[in-house]
Design a binder for this molecule. Structure first.
Ligand SMILES: Cc1cc2nc3c(=O)[nH]c(=O)nc-3n(C[C@H](O)[C@H](O)[C@H](O)COP(=O)(O)OP(=O)(O)OC[C@H]3O[C@@H](n4cnc5c(N)ncnc54)[C@H](O)[C@@H]3O)c2cc1C
Length: 463
């Protein structure tokens, strides 16, 4: 068996060259992910530089029944890129070229390993906008964004990654290449197979290239941070801003008091911009595209809200630096890491009307189980997407916490994964959100496309 694997690695090396193959003993210093303190486990890390190379590698692995785990920036939060010692990790790090940018059709053709921030910057340089944006922008890849159907902070205005993908090229488990590299917005010619790969977490195919949709860039972005006295007002303000600034509200994030305190407290490098204490803080971005939706209008709206008592305090970012400071309160996870030895992240969605009660219920059940537990709530609330960071107390594992968080979602018709995917972390809870019929169809699809179960096995559901 060992000889079979060394022969396989030799064959792979003839495809990708020495630079494209790092064997297990060459992986020192490679970590298993940006959140992971442990070293990458793999038989080898394979780094193809073209679709043809990915295809040739997969043909060899298919023939050898070799497990392959696709990996991008390894910023995923559901364990989808996790591997073990016998796996080949297929990294997109050398698939890192922007092939073209078309300002008329407003689209960009990229290889899967291009970093999200690089795509954003290239669009910006052409006076356009790539709409996906999230905290891991400097490390995550377009292929990973597609494989997880990433969400982030602009979903309210532009939709998820699914909506940003015009064309797609993938390599299947047997090495065959499926290309749907169209840049047209409308394409109703039969099944839209492209969408099947979006959100498939590397279990149906390896994304190699994509054509991404671009939008007109706003003239400017304004950011406001508001202290809000009640959940009712949090919900009302979302509609208020959307109605008062049609099409301009581009982010609506909510931080619960404990999260705001942690991220502006002694463990954080950011001071609290608002002196007033409130149960909720809303962080919003407004795209300024014309004078009608200008900064003055936003100022007028905020003054009116303050006078009516719908907000108890508020600040409008006065410079790019201040805007970035507001966003740092939302996106900085260093205070958590400094304060707690272990903290578990959650990513769920549910109707807004149920959210306040749900958070209170989760917190109280948690404290009933573990008196020293701590819960921090925040999220892309404009999309109904809530995140928790939960410290269960010293030495406690996450199983009990998982039950507390996920169990109530069934009755609320919520999702156990709003945007991070299922990976391995939420496998046991997939049935809370997907029906038995749906899971069976997913399983049949996967078996048909990957009959030897070599592509990211054990992820999402059992084969
Ligand atoms: C600080 C921080 C903030 C984050 N914020 C958000 C957020 O707001 N919204 C959000 O949705 N996510 C967020 N994430 C999660 C993560 O960044 C996204 O899931 C991202 O899309 C993963 O991209 P990646 O390149 O790192 O993929 P990886 O982590 O490498 O992989 C993720 C999954 O995709 C598969 N995969 C990777 N590349 C390919 C490929 N080319 N073909 C097929 N499958 C592939 C892997 O097998 C795995 O299952 C955040 C993460 C961090 C660390």
């Amino acid at each position: 068996m060992a000889t079979d694997r060394s022969l396989l690695l030799q064959q792979i090396e003839t495809v990708v060259g020495k630079v494209g193959l790092l064997r297990a003993d060459q992986l020192a210093g490679r970590s298993a992910g940006i959140w992971s303190g442990s070293a990458l486990k793999a038989l080898a890390l394979v780094r193809p530089a073209s679709t043809a190379e990915v295809s040739a590698v997969m043909k060899l692995c298919h023939a050898a029944r070799q497990v392959v785990v696709p990996a991008g920036g390894m910023t995923g939060l559901a364990g989808g890129h996790e591997s073990c010692d016998a796996d080949i990790v297929l990294s997109s790090e050398r698939l890192n070229r922007i092939e073209s940018l078309d300002t008329h059709s407003r689209c960009m053709t990229v290889q899967a390993g291009v970093i999200l921030q690089t795509v954003q910057q290239a669009a910006d340089a052409a006076g356009l906008l790539f709409a996906l944006d999230l905290g891991a922008r400097a490390s995550c890849t377009i292929g990973g964004n597609i494989a997880t159907n990433a969400g982030g902070v602009r979903v309210l205005r532009f939709g998820m990654m699914r909506e940003q993908v015009l064309g797609l090229e993938v390599v299947l488990a047997d090495g065959s290449i499926v290309s749907s590299m169209f840049s047209v917005l409308k394409n109703n010619a039969g099944y839209d197979l492209r969408q099947m790969f979006v959100g498939s977490e590397g279990t149906l195919g390896i994304v190699t290239r994509a054509i991404l949709r671009l939008h007109e860039a706003p003239l400017a972005v304004e950011t406001a941070l508001l202290a809000v006295p009640s959940w009712k007002q949090v919900m009302a303000l979302l509609r208020y801003f959307d109605a008062a600034l049609p099409g301009a509200l581009a982010a609506y994030e909510v931080l619960w008091r404990d999260f705001y305190r942690l991220n502006t407290g002694p463990h954080s490098s950011v001071d609290a911009p608002l002196a007033t204490e409130a149960p909720y803080y809303v962080l919003l971005d407004v795209f300024i595209s014309d004078s009608e939706h200008g900064r003055a209008k936003l100022e007028t709206l905020l003054t009116a809200l303050l006078e009516r008592g719908d907000i108890s305090d508020g600040a409008l970012g006065s410079s790019e630096r201040e805007r970035a400071r507001f966003w740092q309160i939302r996106e900085n996870f260093e205070p958590e890491q400094r304060r707690y030895d272990k903290i578990y992240g959650y990513d769920v969605s549910l109707p807004l009307e149920a959210m306040e009660t749900y958070v209170d219920e989760v917190r109280s059940r948690l404290l009933q189980c573990f008196a020293d537990a701590e819960l921090f709530a925040y999220g892309h609330i404009g999309d109904g997407n809530l995140h928790f960071s939960i410290y269960p107390g010293a030495g406690r594992e996450r199983d009990v916490v998982d039950d507390i968080v996920y169990q109530p979602l069934q009755a609320l018709h919520g999702s156990v994964s709003a945007e991070h995917g299922i990976g391995i972390e939420k496998k046991a809870y997939l049935g809370y959100t997907r029906s038995a019929g749906e899971i069976e169809l997913m399983r049949k699809t996967r078996r048909m496309m990957d009959p030897h179960n070599i592509l990211n096995p054990g992820k999402i559901f059992d084969y």
